[in-house]
Design a protein around this ligand. Structure first.
Ligand SMILES: NC(=O)c1ccc[n+]([C@@H]2O[C@H](COP(=O)([O-])OP(=O)(O)OC[C@H]3O[C@@H](n4cnc5c(N)ncnc54)[C@H](OP(=O)(O)O)[C@@H]3O)[C@@H](O)[C@H]2O)c1
Length: 281
């Protein structure tokens, strides 16, 4: 039995769908069933749980909200992970490239137990994701899957929402002075499933390239034949609460091999076809 927390989120939803398709015995746990902010609820949940594997996809992923409510972010993104990972089963935690200091590149096999200048998160979200990794490592049967800039169907992230704006020819503002590494939620979910048959440890579910949101918006626009006007903006214009790390890179694990453009096109095709079906109805 595999228990998936955060089953209603972008990654959790995809993982649940794929595991169900593979006829795996799963328990999908949503925020309404288990609020990680409620310690008593977590304890009660764990006392009643019978599972072989927990995959924790739940987190507060709004980086600026984490900076504003640090107590909540610490509770949900780190301290609750300590409780989940102490359950006697295999535990998989989804982590983030935001645990890195700016100008850092890391290989999953050179983990240095996080005692290295490369692991100096610049914001509270990153600090709490790193704290969660430390807790996860206390479970001898752990996997840590680090990923970055996930996009996909019904996601809340900029790249997830962009195709809908382009489809409707709406104006788009896209950052031109930061670089990200986009990963399709379907690829990350497939990688997670195959990793469950590998040795315990740290894995990087992330592509090997970086691109600005502006560049990827232009690529999406061309592919979708959209008439949207795309305006470059600077991260400074957004007055964000949380600092963002710059020039960070997770070196992909050997078995993370997906053609990112094929994945992007698969995602966009789904949205284009959805448009056509809707307009026919
Ligand atoms: N998205 C990215 O670009 C990205 C990049 C690197 C790493 N990650 C990591 O990947 C994992 C999955 O993220 P995602 O992209 O799927 O994000 P997401 O769509 O925001 O999903 C996170 C899920 O966690 C739930 N959640 C939030 N607070 C909770 C609480 N107190 N108790 C229980 N559940 C709670 C959310 O529910 P509500 O939506 O109802 O609040 C949501 O269903 C996270 O660990 C994240 O840190 C994500």
């Amino acid at each position: 039995m595999i228990t998936i927390t955060g089953a209603g989120g972008l990654l959790g939803r995809t993982l649940v769908k794929k595991l169900k398709e593979a006829k795996t015995d799963i328990k999908a746990v949503y925020k309404k069933d288990l609020d990680l902010n409620n310690r008593r609820q977590v304890n009660k949940f764990l006392n009643q749980l019978k599972t072989d594997i927990i995959i924790n996809c739940a987190a507060i992923t709004d980086v600026d909200a984490c900076e504003i409510d640090r107590r909540l972010a610490k509770r949900v993104n780190a301290d609750a992970v300590a409780e989940l990972s102490s359950y006697p089963c295999v535990f998989m935690q989804i982590s983030s490239d935001f645990i890195l200091a700016s100008n850092s590149t890391v290989h999953p096999l050179n983990d240095f137990d996080l005692c290295n200048d490369k692991y100096r998160p610049v914001n509270w979200y990153g600090r709490m994701k790193m704290r969660a990794e430390r807790f996860t490592k206390l479970n001898p049967h752990h996997y840590i899957i680090r990923t970055s800039s996930i996009y996909g169907e019904c996601g809340k992230t900029f790249l997830s929402k962009l195709p809908d704006l382009l489809k409707n020819n709406q104006p788009v503002k896209a950052l031109s002075d930061i670089e990200i590494t986009p990963n399709y939620t379907g690829d990350v979910a497939d990688f997670i499933i195959t990793t469950l048959s590998k040795n315990f440890g740290v894995y990087h579910a992330s592509n090997a390239f970086t691109i600005t949101p502006l560049e990827i918006a232009l690529q999406m626009k061309a592919y979708m034949k959209s008439k949207s006007e795309i305006t470059p903006i600077s991260i400074k214009d957004l007055n964000l609460k949380a600092e963002r790390p710059t020039n960070i890179k997770l070196i992909p694990s050997d078995n993370y091999k997906y053609n990112w453009q094929d994945s992007l096109h698969l995602f966009l095709d789904g949205i284009i076809n959805q448009t056509n079906t809707t307009s026919k109805n």
